[in-house]
Design a protein around this ligand. Structure first.
Ligand code: AMP
Ligand code: MG
Length: 376
């Protein structure tokens, strides 16, 4: 057994003598370093690179969310990532590179579409699934024969990946199941004592994870929606399918991106989405807030700037203008974590239109809400 933090250590302390003998305790002294994108300290980047090459873990900022990085070519690093996150090891990691041509080193045959997409969207929030080369360990790909590859659009991420040897496996830097971190302090909250270093580049720009597209099928399939939308991908590739599990509420099929089957992004309280005609939605949310407050629950609501005055709740979180879906995406995970900090029990949010970036927002919200949705 491996223990990674103080609470786990206490639980282990209570274990029997024999069990104690099996316990290996790693409580790391996590170094939390501010690294502004405009003047990133070269020494810090070098140190971070050395940690990765030595088999350690470093969290780093990207344009989407914070990543939890390890050496993609080292099976032991992948195991450490799974342990630090408490993530099931059948859930593959994304390999981050710092120059397009490096994908040729980790992919068996790069399909033509990958070059077209890289030209248009890299560096950027797009992950491509392709057949893996033998050099990529199965631990990194969760046992699959395919590998997920991304070239992020963030100067600190790119410089760090270069220092780390060019191939950094990284899922989001949150404890499994929690909202992905959009600020360094949330990485610290989840990863303190579990990893060697956090590169804190401030607040991320996009706020939801990369779009994932599978290029191993005849027709490319979007497995996870993100800032690069289905419409944008169709414009470049022609026909593109959507994984049917992405926005379905009661879909029986297993999603093709293994990670999408797990409970995700969830705040500790109960989040409910209310969908339907705008006025009816506000009435319903207002009624639910009153009912829950009367029962003694702490309530929260996520609203647009225009609707802020409509609700009375213990915590009212504003995402931005009603039509600004990019702001909703950017603020969603931070808001969910703030609700946790404020011990909110019951949270409500209206449903958003599912086109463009709205598709990614609704996909994350449905998971965060455990698919609790009320139609009015
Ligand atoms: P995260 O970076 O935490 O959002 O996790 C990476 C996501 O990429 C998870 O949902 C994985 O299931 C997905 N993923 C990574 N590699 C593959 C792959 N080879 N095939 C399908 N999905 C993948
Ligand atoms: Mg994640």
């Amino acid at each position: 057994m491996v223990c990674y933090n103080y609470n786990e250590l206490l639980r282990c302390e209570a274990a029997t003598k024999q069990k104690k003998a099996e316990i290996e305790v790693y409580i790391l002294d996590t170094k939390w370093v501010k690294i502004p994108a405009e003047k990133a300290d070269k020494h810090v980047l070098k140190e971070a690179g050395e940690i990765i090459q030595g088999g350690g873990l470093v969290a780093f900022p990207t344009e989407t969310v914070y990543g939890l990085g390890g050496d993609a070519m080292n099976p032991e690093s992948a195991k450490k990532i799974y342990a630090a996150k408490g993530r099931p090891s059948d859930n593959p990691l994304i390999v981050h590179i710092c120059k397009t041509e490096d994908m040729e080193k980790i992919v068996r045959e790069v399909p033509k579409q990958a070059y077209v997409l890289a030209e248009r969207f890299w560096p950027g929030p797009l992950t491509m699934i392709m057949k893996k080369a033998d050099c990529v360990p199965k631990e990194t790909t969760g046992g699959l024969d395919t590998v997920a590859v991304r070239l992020p659009d963030h100067p600190v991420a790119l410089a760090f990946i270069r220092e780390a040897g060019g191939f950094v496996a990284a899922p989001s830097a949150n404890t499994s199941g929690r909202p992905s971190p959009t600020l360094g302090k949330y990485v610290y909250e989840d990863m303190n004592g579990r990893i060697e270093m956090i590169l804190d580049g401030g607040e991320v720009g996009i706020g939801v994870e990369s779009t994932i597209i599978d290029l191993t099928e005849d027709i490319p399939v979007v497995l996870r929606p993100g800032y690069v939308t289905w419409e944008m991908l169709q414009e470049v590739l022609g026909e593109v399918c959507l994984d049917p599990t992405m926005l379905e509420i009661d879909c029986q099929q297993a999603p093709k991106a293994p990670g999408m089957k797990y409970r995700h992004y969830a705040p500790r309280g109960e989040l409910v989405i209310v969908s339907g005609d705008r006025e009816k939605v506000s009435d319903k949310i207002g009624q639910l807030l009153t009912e829950k407050r009367e029962l003694g629950f702490k309530t929260g609501v996520i609203v647009s700037k225009e609707e802020e005055h409509l609700y009375r709740a213990d915590s009212v979180k504003v995402t931005g203008d009603r039509t600004d879906m990019a702001a909703v995406a950017r603020n969603l995970f931070r808001i969910l974590r703030e609700f946790d900090d404020e011990n909110i029990d019951c949270m409500y949010v209206q449903a958003f239109p599912k086109d463009g970036i709205g598709q990614a927002v609704m996909n994350r919200m449905l998971k965060a809400a455990g698919h609790r949705i009320i139609e009015v």
